[in-house]
Ligand binder design. Structure first.
Ligand code: SF4
Length: 348
């Protein structure tokens, strides 16, 4: 894992070898306190570590301290242009600010925001999106590419560093997976600020999860990246589940049930798709860190799923329950799922 500086968003550490955290963003107007509180609490239940909300008005900023009283996740205030909103977010106990100092304008305004962040001891995430690279960098590097994205981000960082502020995280998002990967790779060679990974405008869950898994997954597998957000045109809980699945697939998070199942073949004599769908719903509610297998046949199933902590191998009329590849009992086929759940209950 690439060694980066560590920043804290509330009590969640980002960078410096800390566990990779998952972020998502609320979709309700932040001034609607109860709606936002519900969303953030749902995020927490789904396994999110850090929540971000758009701050578009002074009412939104003032809502932060109320929201924080009723939620546990660290709160990031997303500010576009208005430095006064950034100041108000700091005063109202935001745990981090997402803004680009270049969007704020006059240097004295940037200085005021930085002083407020220093005073409240909160970090700033700067971010460049492939759609918002400044003309100057587009001209210099001949279009939108990893260089123009990275140097654009560096310019934002310099505005903070000039004011002796280093509590920074960085994102460099592009809707192209290749450009996202190239940009983060390049930036991680240039700087040791912690990186917030994401593929922006990834689309619907069907396409977006694939794009994000490739983009975020490739970088994480190379040791690049400290916190992630999967952006989907969907309910934010889908982003969190996808984020968890990416981390689990890379063994970067072992939390809850990791379900594996076989692709089925001519040896499968049951409706395995239906069994897996039913099983998934029940298993994802279990708060245990286990790898569970649902396999289509009793001959190859237990062996193929040897790395699972526990699993079932469906047969014809009867099936097997196995642990770590060893068969522990034979049960009627229609009792397999119930038996699996009761065996999981016995595991401490
Ligand atoms: Fe086929 Fe059995 Fe392998 Fe599933 S576990 S793919 S049913 S051989």
């Amino acid at each position: 894992m690439k060694k980066t500086r560590k920043v804290y968003v509330g009590d969640v550490a980002i960078g410096g070898g800390s566990p990779i955290s998952i972020q998502s963003m609320t979709t309700k107007e932040t001034k609607n306190i109860e709606e936002v509180v519900k969303q953030i609490n749902d995020f927490e239940k789904a396994g999110c570590d850090i929540s971000r909300s758009a701050i578009n008005s002074i009412e939104d900023a003032r809502a932060i301290s109320e929201i924080k009283k009723k939620t546990n996740l660290p709160f990031v205030a997303d500010i576009q242009f208005d430095y006064k909103l950034a100041l108000a977010a700091c005063e109202n106990e935001s745990d981090a600010i997402r803004l680009n100092p270049g969007n704020i304008g006059a240097p004295w305004k940037i200085k005021e925001v930085i002083e407020a962040c220093k005073f409240h001891n909160i970090p700033i995430r700067v971010g460049v999106n492939s759609g918002s690279v400044k003309q100057e960098f587009l001209d210099k590097f001949k279009g939108v590419n990893a260089s123009s994205i990275c140097y654009s981000a560096m310019e934002e960082i310099e505005l903070l560093e000039k004011n002796n502020f280093h509590d920074i995280a960085v994102s460099l998002k592009a809707s192209s997976v290749n450009l996202t990967i190239e940009s983060y790779r390049k930036f991680s060679e240039m700087s040791d600020y912690p990186l917030h990974l994401g593929v922006t405008e990834a689309g619907s869950p069907k396409k977006g999860i694939v794009k994000s898994a490739i983009g975020i997954g490739t970088l994480l597998a190379e040791g690049i990246g400290d916190t992630i957000r999967v952006s989907l045109t969907s309910d934010p809980s889908d982003e969190i589940i996808a984020g968890k699945d990416i981390l689990k697939a890379l063994d970067l998070r072992r939390e809850g049930i990791d379900l594996i199942s076989c692709p089925t073949c001519a040896r499968t004599k049951v409706d395995l798709i239906e069994i897996v769908n039913q099983g998934e719903e029940k298993l994802y509610k279990i708060d245990k860190n286990l790898k569970v297998a649902i396999m289509g046949c009793p001959v190859n199933g237990p062996g193929e799923a040897r790395e699972a902590d526990i699993g079932i191998a469906c047969g014809h009329g009867e099936g097997l329950i196995f642990r770590k590849g060893e068969i522990i009992k034979k049960v009627p086929e229609d009792k397999l799922l119930t038996e699996l759940l009761s065996e999981i209950e016995k595991i401490g």
